[in-house]
Design a protein around this ligand. Structure first.
Ligand code: HEC
Length: 137
């Protein structure tokens, strides 16, 4: 009996650690995004565009900030709005070429608002945004 209680007590101790780990943006990226985007965000030639050194460019054109939340990979992720905001901020800070100091981080409220709007033509929207930031060079 005592052993059962000890195991139970140990499990209780583990819980906060496990749920904290699930909240970590890096862990969320590994579980939900890395399969397609790869560990460093370089993607897969021909099917998944590279984010490496690129992602922050979306923030420089009108509609780009919305796009990063509304793109299906983000919007349909099994993450709540706070977790998605944190994940996008982590991606922007770690693999996009934007340093944490030069972009204004997404908040839970902003993600909630943007996520509520479904992006109808993903590819067309993406092409327009990429063309715009290519022209801005
Ligand atoms: C099944 C493959 C796949 C998975 C899994 C995936 N993505 Fe994507 N992602 C794509 C593709 C393909 C694009 C290009 C736009 C499109 O066609 O949706 C993209 C584009 C993006 C973009 C916009 C950047 C760009 O250059 O277009 C962001 C931001 C993004 N994904 C975030 C995420 C996040 C966050 C996750 C995990 C929670 C995730 N994605 C999971 C395939 C995936």
């Amino acid at each position: 009996m005592a052993a059962i209680f000890r195991i139970f007590a140990l499990c209780l101790l583990c819980f906060p650690v496990i749920s904290w780990a699930a909240m970590e943006p890096r862990t969320n990226y590994m579980i939900n995004c890395q399969g397609c985007h790869l560990a460093d965000g370089r993607g897969k030639t021909g099917s998944v565009p590279s984010m490496k050194g690129e992602l922050h460019k979306f923030l420089t054109v009108p509609g780009g900030r919305e796009f990063l939340v509304q793109v299906p990979g983000s919007a349909n992720a099994p993450l709540n709005d706070a977790e998605l905001a944190e994940l996008l901020n982590w991606m922007l800070g770690n693999m996009s070429g934007a340093s944490n100091s030069n972009f204004s981080p997404y908040t839970e409220a902003e993600v909630k608002k943007l996520r509520a709007k479904v992006l109808v033509d993903v590819m067309k929207t993406r092409e327009r945004l990429v063309r715009q930031f290519a022209e801005n060079k």
